[in-house]
Design a protein around this ligand. Structure first.
Ligand SMILES: [Zn+2]
Length: 178
């Protein structure tokens, strides 16, 4: 595929001046921080990025990221397929003041003064944000849906027992006194 075309360091000012467009694929396994949110390192990210100036002066990165990844079902702790599909629109800023002045259509991308970024990390940050915070199989897909239900019942049954216990102790004390 086009993997390897992605420049490691990108000068966003230069890219915007060139009106550069790049697209390709990257293995998910290259995004170690994203992997912390995933069940395994399978899958690839397909990206298409376009660089241009907003209002003639703010370097921007616009594009689309798409990936099919595996997240962890919080009920059965097994892998669950998850599609990540996001549009990105980032405007380069150097500080919070510039971030606040960005047009609403752009999210701030904070970069050092030379406006050079690692595009893989920029995409990784956007993908991390797009991973759902909670993940569950549907009831029919989940391997431990039945087990979970019975555990749930057990838990509900345990609560009144715990409440009962002090009374049982009191009752036995009382009967001893009587
Ligand atoms: Zn599950």
């Amino acid at each position: 595929m086009l993997e390897g075309v992605l420049p490691k360091q990108a000068d966003l000012h230069k890219f915007a001046a060139q009106g550069k467009e790049i697209e390709g694929q990257l293995p998910i396994s290259k995004m170690s921080r994203l992997l912390l949110s995933l069940a395994d390192d399978s899958g690839t990210v397909t990206y298409s990025l376009k660089f241009e100036f907003e209002q003639g002066r703010i370097p921007t990165v616009r594009g689309r990221l798409h990936a099919n990844v595996q997240v962890t079902c919080q009920r059965c702790l097994k892998a669950k397929p998850q599609e990540l599909d996001l549009e990105i629109a980032l405007g380069v800023v150097r500080n919070n003041e510039q971030a606040q002045q960005l047009p609403r259509s752009l999210d701030p991308l904070m970069v050092a003064s030379d406006e050079t970024v690692v595009l893989l990390e920029v995409m990784e940050d956007e993908l991390i944000i797009s991973v759902p915070a909670t993940n569950y199989h549907t009831e029919t897909e989940c391997e431990s849906s039945v087990g979970f239900t019975s555990q749930d019942d057990d838990y509900i049954e345990e609560v009144p027992e715990e409440i009962d216990n002090p009374f049982k102790v009191l009752a036995s004390l009382k009967s001893k006194r009587d």
